[in-house]
Design a protein around this ligand. Structure first.
Ligand code: NDP
Ligand code: 2IT
Length: 444
């Protein structure tokens, strides 16, 4: 049996109850076939077997009290997946669906994404099955304090640096940081996505959405196209989606649909990101309240229907597996020619293959959404220097990183005989740096 097949079979047997983790491992290892063929030393060193096993998973109890005095117990995690090229780095997700499979998939993806940024950050992810929806600020604060009361002993500016993800934004990072500082007495860059008054970086809030558009713009240009005059559909209405809307609009496109987990809005005149920002970041309300601001728009219950809205470019920015074969087919039927992933693994394996086989330009998450974590690494640099760059400086670095990720991935795909396959290119380029570092560091 081929090396990759051997490893895949073992991973499937050992992690049979972790579908999301198996999904990402299957995708990544399949694209590494030509690489391990060219590098027999990787098999000898059991490199893939090591790569698919997290260095460490911490799982812990998170008890907290709600405003009525009732007790709640949640399950928290930190998956410290790979530290070959730098301290573990990756977000925290607070969502009721969180479990070990989802955090292992996110942590595994993070290894290659972080490597692609060219910056010295390893892969990790964490979170909790806590649902911030409908909770008061005080409840969120007590929860964050309890979560950090366990997590603090496993993280640090030079060993593991968490950040935001679904359900974790500026408010949560603030509460988590306050508790870390209170317990340890250390004022250090242990979290990124911090507020600007206490060590945060300018442009980190915007970075994932902006970076997604910078990457997509480069992919379009390389294929003789651009955002100018194009119609765009963006799923989700959180941090990534909001700033993807702003940047796509700045680059001359019109964003006609956005969603949340309940449904989607359609506005043929273009959705102003500031309205979504007000609804989601200030009011913490549902996207259907967009109709209060723009009565001429349309709201449709159910988020999956968003892919039936005609568009040229689709940017899935909500969650994993939100774009399946049916959605991909609907997009193509309406003439969509490019898909770039703002969310992590939003496209199913089958839908990805379908889109690629029909010639739709496809920018994979590991490359396309790396701008968030790249800017987190820039925040770490600024913290270490005890200095702050201007918005323009950070934005320029982010832009250059995204353009570089595109070309590095495109080149890797070509070198390994898969020209145009940006999924394989991102996986291969991200893997090679980590693999070389692991080889150099011996059996660890
Ligand atoms: P937010 O919490 O700010 O927003 C998440 C959005 O996705 C909300 O609109 C939410 O709707 C929707 N959503 C969440 N879960 C589901 C679901 N099961 N079905 C449908 N919609 C859902 O998160 P972010 O914008 O930060 O993250 C979005 C995606 O981008 C995630 O995949 C994340 O991993 C990825 N990402 C984030 C980065 C960052 O820097 N924040 C960096 C790179 C990737 P609702 O409010 O109804 O739940
Ligand atoms: O998926 C991701 O890359 C993130 N949620 C951002 C991680 C980070 O450390 O900024």
């Amino acid at each position: 049996m081929e090396y990759v097949d051997q490893v895949l079979a073992a991973v499937k047997e050992k992690n049979a109850h972790e579908p999301e983790f198996l999904q990402t491992v299957t995708e990544v290892l399949n694209s590494l076939r030509p690489v391990v063929e060219r590098h027999p030393e990787f098999q000898k060193a059991k490199l893939l077997e090591r790569l698919v096993e997290p260095e460490r998973i911490i799982s812990f109890r998170v008890p907290w009290v709600d405003d009525q005095g009732e007790y709640h117990i949640n399950r928290g995690f930190r998956v410290q997946f790979n530290s070959a090229i730098g301290p573990y780095k990756g977000g925290l997700r607070f969502h009721p669906s969180v479990n070990q499979s989802i955090l292992k998939f996110l942590g595994f993806e993070q290894i290659f994404k972080n490597s692609l940024t060219g910056l010295p950050i390893g892969g990790g992810k964490g979170g909790c099955d806590f649902d911030p929806k409908g909770k008061s600020d005080n409840e969120v604060m007590r929860f964050c304090q309890s979560f950090m009361t366990e997590l603090y002993r496993h993280i640090g500016a030079d060993c593991d640096v968490p950040a935001g993800d679904i359900g974790v934004g500026g408010r949560e990072i603030g509460y988590l940081y306050g508790q870390y500082k209170r317990i340890t007495g250390q004022y250090e860059g242990v979290l990124t996505g911090k507020g600007l008054t206490y060590g945060g970086s300018l442009a980190r809030t915007e970075a994932t959405g902006y970076g997604l558009c910078y990457y997509t713009d480069e992919m379009l240009r390389d294929n003789g196209k651009s955002f100018e005059g194009k119609t765009v559909v963006i799923s989700g209405s959180g941090n990534v989606a909001i700033y993807a809307n702003q940047k796509a609009t700045q680059l001359g496109a019109k964003v006609v649909a956005m969603s949340d987990s309940n449904g989607y809005i359609y506005d043929p005149n273009g959705i102003d990101y500031k309205v979504i920002q007000e609804i989601k970041e200030v009011k913490r309300a549902r996207i259907k309240t967009y109709l209060d601001y723009v009565p001429g728009a349309r709201y449709v219950e159910g988020c999956r229907g968003i892919w039936t809205v005609p568009c040229d470019i689709a940017l899935p920015c909500a969650t994993q597996n939100e774009l399946d074969v049916e959605g991909a087919q609907a997009l193509m039927n309406n003439g969509c020619f490019a898909v770039a992933e703002g969310a992590n693994m939003p496209t199913t394996l089958e839908a990805t293959e379908l889109l690629q086989s029909k010639g739709v330009l496809f920018g994979p998450a590991k490359a396309a959404n790396a701008g968030g974590v790249a800017t987190s690494a820039l925040e770490m640099s600024q913290n270490s220097m005890r200095m702050a760059w201007t918005f323009e400086e950070v934005d320029q670095k982010l832009h250059d990183i995204m353009v570089n990720i595109y070309h590095t991935s495109a080149k890797a795909a070509e070198e390994y005989g898969m020209k145009g396959n940006l999924v394989a290119g991102a996986n291969i380029a991200g893997f090679l740096k980590v693999a070389n570092a692991m080889m150099a560091q011996g059996l660890v």
